[in-house]
Design a binder for this molecule. Structure first.
Ligand code: GDP
Ligand code: MG
Length: 389
């Protein structure tokens, strides 16, 4: 039998961000190695993180690797993603509900385009705390690394992260993986910075249960399993739930986190829910599992939207009424028509009010964040202000 998950420490979700090849995956592997040696989890080698199974659902390929580990004071779920597009998809949709992030910057290269884009994305999706790992410090020249540090602090300040107070730790994921004591200590220092600098977020455990489905699969002989992060509330084996999107009511017959069974899960946990009697392929990414009757779906809403500037990777030309991009809401990806009302156009860099009509009903509530995407890039970020129906 599998060992049950025992909740002994507060749980947080973090992840590595940063430009391709700056060492995110190497660092992730190194963290698991250093902590495994202290009894804080299992070592996950580079190849197991980098070759996480690809999930192709509804034509969107999602690549996300989850590893778990424990420091002295906390239990962490850590996500690492291979490509820039995976960051955009998972961060803007909230699939990777990060309580904090480790920004990985190579001491050899400094800030690169994706470094800046990930900081911007983190700001947009409400990641309030970033810790910086200047990686490859083993190979970098000290004076140059000082400059890289200065540059990163400036970038963070420019995005409202208080760059002067953000912890910046010089590390070498590669040397720590080799067992080099100096660089093993650098990983410990990084983890201490995460433990102390990233505060425990408020969890809405008293609210009705809600989980946005990140992935759904059918396991022969067991039924349909959905995975995702619990957005709010708690859930226990035996609880009734509603699946919005599939419009079915069912019962949770099993609950797991990182392959370990658990009796109850709460806001912030990454879980797999086994659902009784749900037909194969009835549930997909983007559907919502919630306490029955606790949420309503709608397709029309008004919103405040920030149209990204060209410099931020957005459009170079304005948008107008009749524009029909994709809306990423929680884990859902839905087409929508926009109406700017009296306003003729919204230019890149503008913040505007708009009415949106989605292609299908989606659970909505005021305050819910979303991203607007077009042809593989993010062109806007918004918040629902009113659900119309
Ligand atoms: P990712 O794309 O950000 O996940 O980067 P990877 O972890 O795949 O690393 C990219 C390359 O940088 C690989 O060849 C690594 O071996 C190398 N690398 C990663 N960390 C370090 C480090 O700390 N020092 C040195 N010298 N090389 C590193
Ligand atoms: Mg990688």
């Amino acid at each position: 039998p599998k060992t049950a998950y025992v909740r002994t420490k507060p749980h947080l979700n973090i992840g590595t961000m940063g430009h391709v090849d700056h060492g995110k995956t190497t660092l992730t592997a190194a963290i698991t190695k250093v902590l495994a040696e202290r009894g804080g989890g299992t070592f996950v080698p580079f190849d197991r993180i980098d070759k996480a199974p690809e999930e192709a659902l509804r034509g969107i390929t999602i690549n996300i690797a989850h590893v778990e580990y424990e420091t002295d004071t906390r239990h962490y779920a850590h996500v690492d993603m291979p490509g820039h597009a995976d960051y955009v998809k998972n961060m803007v949709t909230g699939a990777a509900q990060l309580d904090g992030a480790i920004l990985v910057v190579s001491a050899l290269d400094g800030i690169m385009p994706q470094t800046a884009e990930h900081v911007l994305l983190a700001r947009q999706v409400g990641v309030d705390h970033i810790v910086v790992a200047i990686n490859k410090a083993d190979a970098g020249d000290e004076e140059l690394t000082d400059l890289v540090e200065l540059e990163v602090r400036e970038l963070l300040s420019a995005h409202g992260y208080g760059g002067d107070s953000v912890p910046v730790v010089r590390v070498s994921g590669l040397k720590a993986l080799d067992g080099d004591p100096r660089w093993t200590a650098s990983i410990e220092a990084l983890l201490d910075a995460v433990d102390t600098y990233v505060p425990m977020p408020e969890r809405y455990v008293d609210a009705p249960f809600l989980l946005s489905v990140e992935n759904a699969l059918t396991i022969t002989g067991r039924g349909t399993v959905v995975t995702g992060a619990v957005e709010r509330g708690t859930i226990e084996v035996g609880d009734r739930v509603e699946v919005l999107g599939a419009e079915i009511e069912t019962v949770v017959t099993g609950l797991e986190t990182f392959g370990k069974p658990m009796d109850s899960a709460q806001a912030g946990d990454n879980v797999a829910l086994l659902l009784r009697g749900v037909p194969r392929d009835a549930v997909r990414r983007g559907y919502v599992v919630a306490a029955p009757g606790s949420v309503t779906s709608a397709r029309r809403f008004s919103a405040h939207v920030y149209v990204l500037s060209a410099k931020e990777g957005g459009r170079t030309t304005p948008i107008g009424s009749g524009y029909r991009p994709q809306f990423y809401i929680r884990t859902a990806d839905v087409v929508g028509d926009i109406d700017l009302g009296e306003l003729a156009v919204a230019r890149p860099g503008d913040t505007v009010t708009m009415t949106v009509e989605l292609g299908r009903d989606v659970p909505l509530q005021p305050g819910l964040g979303f991203a607007i995407r077009e042809g593989g890039r993010t062109v806007g970020a918004g918040t629902v202000t009113e659900v119309i129906g």
